[in-house]
Design a protein around this ligand. Sequence first.
Ligand SMILES: [Zn+2]
Length: 67
Amino acid sequence: MTYWVHIARSIDRVTLHKDRCSEVPSNVSHSDFWEGGWFDYPDKERALRAMEQAGTTFQRRCNLCKP
Ligand SMILES: [Zn+2]
């Protein structure tokens, strides 16, 4: 299953989503990890690691898809 990591630098928060969550945009343009955006990972372990590497103050899991 694909996991999505949403890095929002402006609000210093990273959010984890599962594939097909309605919050995930259908067309994700290539994002810059240091500027923020949406990033997909083939497994949860890598997604969690990416969340940690994002270094934001807030880390959360989506309430909608509950990854
Ligand atoms: Zn979600």
